[in-house]
Ligand binder design. Structure first.
Ligand code: ZN
Length: 528
């Protein structure tokens, strides 16, 4: 009997997105209910609260060699950036992260240092589609020659409109690419135009709001949408359709977006030398339940760095969907840097039918983001999300390894220690110990076993493939309970036994690994 294993559809996705944004999403809103229109007050008398942030967003004005700068770009863009800085600060405060915002390189309290960089080529070399890479290549050359002018790893690149008609701006790249993002400038782009009726006001929201939204991408945020019901109270999420509401109607940052910014380099008041370095994060367990019309997610994790917040994105995901714009999100602080609980009321979802993708997101204090992705489905308005839960494992706190053929490169007891970072590893140095390999677990008393759980280490080379399981009640007389195959995946995977089996001892025998090498390893082993 050889079975292919069915497992939770979960994958680990480290982040590096190319964000492309729709420019023309228009929403209507009841202005009378708005709570937070963008402030237009003069900033001249205020000392910038973030002037001492050690990292500043690089603001670059990149000019193709057949175009000129647009009059007063430094003054207009300074006002826009300072207003935006305050907008981000207020929103982080509202989300519970304090009055923090991105740093700007200031020459005075009202003036931002804008680096003007002249392109080697004409505008046709920097088209909307594909032109971003060419700009970034030249900009990297510029920063290599002038390293002191680079104030962080985050850069907003603003380019003059390619079109002569001031009422029809457009042309250059306009999106986020990693920690770089693009916006454009045109003669009427000024905060005084925000919110006024007619074309000028429409354009100001579209292009200043667009800049605000793209900057969000450049500061690590993906798209998301306000929860159902929030539109009338908080307005439009900036990282959703906020590029069509900023300055015109209430626009805000969701808690999930604010959580990401709060650990973004340019928001920091301290220096670090490990910004965005990958952390060894593993989910030890996850449970998803639907109780009182809420999805309740709980679980445990291990990481070699502090997790500042845990958020979840529920993203309607029908085939061909406009990915992630309409994801509803929740964020929470972790509990004791080891577990989490997030409640997602179903009445806050905009749609409750069809396919969904859930992205569980762990944001480390150094800005490193680790995402775990799950698929589920709504049927009759009910999500089948329980299926992503771990099995309900039998307590293995007191279990023991009583035999193994080899553990020269990692003790077999590591599979019982609840720490996915430690592994059973047979000798891999020459002379390698040959397959098969095995260990025996004493579960200390007889248990009725429905199945077993296995977790690979994070480096998935040479993971276990073919196994046979045996049962015993005395560690002398053994009976096979089947041959199975494990797959290459990081999260828990399960073997459901054809029928429940009673045993005290279980033996795992490995006959083959995925790379056809002779050594094997395993991070965790459990039973249910
Ligand atoms: Zn976008």
């Amino acid at each position: 009997m050889k079975k292919s294993l069915f497992s939770t559809a979960a994958g680990l996705m480290l982040f590096f997105y190319l964000f492309s944004c729709s420019e023309n999403v228009i929403e209507t809103i009841d202005e009378s209910k708005l709570t937070d229109k963008v402030s237009k007050k003069s900033l001249s008398s205020i000392t910038n609260p973030w002037k001492d942030n050690p990292y500043k967003v690089n603001i670059v004005y990149f000019v193709p060699n057949d175009l000129d700068t647009i009059p007063d770009y430094k003054g207009r863009l300074s006002r826009i950036m300072l207003q935006l800085q305050e907008f981000y600060g207020k929103n982080l405060q509202n989300a519970g992260y304090g009055y923090t915002s991105f740093g700007l390189d200031l020459s005075s309290d009202t003036s931002v240092n804008i680096l003007t960089v002249h392109g080697k080529n004409g505008k046709s070399s920097y088209p909307y589609s594909g032109g971003g890479s060419a700009v970034i290549t030249e900009l990297n050359e510029y920063f290599n020659l002038h390293p002191d002018q680079k104030k962080s790893s985050h850069t907003l690149i603003i380019m003059p409109s390619y079109y002569t008609d001031p009422l029809k701006p457009g042309g250059p790249p306009f999106y986020g690419m990693g920690r770089n993002c693009f916006a454009l400038d045109y003669p009427g782009m000024d905060i005084d135009k925000l919110g006024i009726p007619g074309t000028e006001g429409y354009l100001a929201t579209k292009w200043i709001g667009g800049l605000a939204h793209e900057l969000g991408h450049g500061l690590n945020a993906p798209h998301n949408k306000e929860l159902k019901g929030e539109h009338s109270t908080l307005g439009t999420a900036l990282m959703g359709a906020g590029n069509s509401s900023y300055g015109k109607s209430a626009t805000f940052l969701t808690k999930a977006t604010a959580a990401i910014f709060s650990t973004s380099e340019t928001f920091s008041t301290i220096t670090r030398n490990d910004w965005y370095q990958g952390k060894n994060h593993r989910l030890s367990s996850i449970k998803a339940e639907v109780i009182d019309n809420k999805i309740i997610l709980t679980g445990r994790y291990l990481s070699n760095a502090k997790v500042n917040s845990v958020s979840v994105y529920h993203d309607p995901f029908p085939a061909g969907a406009n990915k992630d714009y309409d994801a509803v999100t929740w964020a929470s602080a972790p509990i004791n840097n080891s577990s989490f609980k997030i409640e997602c009321p179903l009445d806050k979802f905009h749609t409750r039918n069809g396919d969904y993708e859930m992205r569980l997101t762990f944001i480390h204090e150094n800005g490193n983001i680790v995402r775990y992705t799950y698929k589920y489905k709504f049927e009759n308005e009910h999500p089948d999300i329980e299926k992503i839960s771990n099995k309900d494992f039998i307590d293995r706190t007191h279990w023991e390894i009583v035999e193994t053929d080899n553990e020269e490169s990692g003790a077999a007891k590591n599979v019982l220690d609840f720490d996915p970072a430690t592994t059973w590893h047979t000798r891999w140095r020459s002379p390698v110990k040959l397959l098969p390999h095995h260990f025996i677990v004493d579960m200390k008393s007889q248990h009725q076993i429905k199945g077993f759980g296995f977790m690979n280490r994070s480096n998935q080379t040479d993971c276990i493939k073919d196994i046979e399981l045996f049962k015993s009640n005395d560690n002398i007389n053994w009976a096979s309970i089947g041959k199975y195959e494990l797959i290459l995946q990081k999260n828990w995977q399960y073997i459901d036994l054809p029928q429940q089996e009673s045993m005290r001892y279980v033996k795992l025998k490995v006959t083959k690994n995925h790379a056809s090498n002779q050594f094997v390893h395993l991070a965790e082993f459990a039973a249910y």
